[in-house]
Design a protein around this ligand. Structure first.
Ligand SMILES: Nc1ncnc2c1ncn2[C@@H]1O[C@H](COP(=O)(O)OP(=O)(O)OP(=O)(O)O)[C@@H](O)[C@H]1O
Length: 251
């Protein structure tokens, strides 16, 4: 397994947002977490990306426990994410926003960065090349120099994915990739998610409400309700599970 959660729990003021949740994600899988509002989906992302500390259980990545490592260390290990509400620099260009993603991974000292040593310069060139590759991959050429604020919501979501890819991740966490998108943009998103896995070999875990998207791209699905596992398995099987249908209808 590339990522494994074992009996993962977190409580906020006595409320168990995530309660003894266990699941594993295999390399190359597209794994989706579904569930009604407040079920604990984003909280699981915040636990994996180490924004929250669990109150119980463990998280393993490539067999190594990451339950207590710092968020920056998680990024360096190759776990990247996007957010439910896009978090980009609105007045910077597409190129510059994606470039930020490259810098998350570097550890060159502040002094060598200030002096702009040959090593740093080489690295900067390498980053620029990487950004161009991502821009081409995500077909953002037309928007490369545009400030984020001037772009449609759909394009911004793709840029945010580009920034996450700049980290060179093995695992990509996508928080509601279709939220705020129109049907045409959602259709494009289906293709981006598949291409990221098929062409770049990146394992994807996503949180998603749009069941058409979930069904079309997911290998396996984890359904949560009130912080607990309701169902886990094949996408079609979980989506049509009567307990899952009931949980959504009660939402
Ligand atoms: N930092 C926090 N402090 C207090 N409560 C929190 C915190 N983060 C999450 N929660 C609570 O944990 C529960 C799960 O929230 P979470 O955001 O994970 O749900 P979700 O399944 O992602 O919902 P949605 O579909 O609405 O995004 C909710 O009751 C929420 O209020």
């Amino acid at each position: 397994m590339l990522l494994e959660a074992r009996n993962l729990s977190v409580a906020f003021g006595g409320i168990k947002a995530v309660d003894e949740v266990s699941f594993g994600v295999a390399p190359g899988e597209i794994f989706t977490i579904i569930g009604p509002n407040g079920a604990g989906k984003t909280t699981i992302f915040n636990l994996v990306s180490r924004i929250y500390n669990p109150t119980g259980g463990d998280i393993f990545y490539g067999g190594q426990a990451i339950t207590r490592v710092a968020p920056q260390a998680v990024a360096r290990l190759g776990i990247a994410r996007t957010f439910q509400n896009i978090e980009l620099f609105d007045h910077a260009s597409v190129v510059d926003n994606i470039l930020v993603g490259c810098h998350v991974k570097v550890r060159s000292g502040i002094l060598s960065e200030l002096l702009f040593t040959p090593g740093v310069r080489r690295q900067e060139m390498e980053f620029r090349r990487k950004v161009e590759e991502i821009i081409e991959f995500l077909e953002l050429e037309h928007h490369r120099d545009a400030p984020i604020a001037s772009l449609s919501y759909g394009i911004r979501k793709v840029v945010e994915i580009g920034r996450a890819l700049a980290l060179g991740p093995k695992l990509l966490l996508l928080d509601e990739p279709s939220s705020g998108l129109n049907p045409e943009e959602t259709e494009d998103m289906v293709h981006w998610i598949r291409d990221i896995r098929d062409d770049l070999g990146v394992t994807v875990i996503m949180v998603e409400h749009d069941m058409t998207l979930v069904r079309r791209v997911s290998d396996r699905v984890l359904a949560l309700e009130s912080g607990r596992v309701l169902a886990l398995g094949d996408a079609d099987q979980v989506i049509s599970d009567p307990r899952v249908v009931r949980a959504y209808l009660g939402d």
